[in-house]
Design a protein around this ligand. Sequence first.
Ligand code: SAH
Length: 218
Amino acid sequence: MPPDFAHEREQMVRHQIEKRGITNSGVLNAMRTVPRHLFVPLEMREQAYADYPLPIGSDQTISQPYIVAFMTALLNLTGSEKVLEIGTGSGYQAAVLSLLAREVVTVEYLPALARSAGDTLRDLGYLNVTVHQGDGSLGWVDQAPYDAIMVTASAPKAPEPLLKQLKPEGRMVLPVGGRGVQWLELWQQENGIWLPEVSLPVAFVPLRGAFGWQDDHE
Ligand code: SAH
């Protein structure tokens, strides 16, 4: 039988996530449940539960487990939400979200990644996740409005189309800043105005597309 990494997954939750102050039991359970090793390339499996991001091909990365948990916790999901994720990558973050929301719509720019993430999610039975290929910096208008949005690639600023596709009481979390380092921002409406609250410094790969970074140069 192939290893199920149950011990590694439990250690990850205890030492990387709980110890750093995440208490949301839904998030901890989701991180205990999703088999992260099945979302990374075969040669990375042994490292799947380590305390750092991993390459997933096409120059992209799956975030460090703690960052996945931290961003998920910021969305305060209760199980009834429709969530939009931009930057499907491996599909791991979408799987975590799918255990905490009613429905997850996720958009990936690179066709090869969109295809493989869609296959992985389907094979593992995450049936409330829909993967689309396209420019997610424009959101995904067909299924808007959303209760929550998570962007897992770094933007020069919060993309306008995404704020437009959020419900007034919705929340959006995304990394905003320079090409190397960004700050995680949580956007919510206060008196009818969208405002960001800044939390952790992070390092995400760049968001492409109309409201992302336009080229590969620094
Ligand atoms: N959430 C992913 C990791 C994201 S890595 C996971 O759990 O594995 C960032 C991803 O954003 C990459 O796959 C990259 O191709 C994608 N991306 C970059 N710009 C994008 C855009 N404009 N629309 C959709 N996806 C984008």
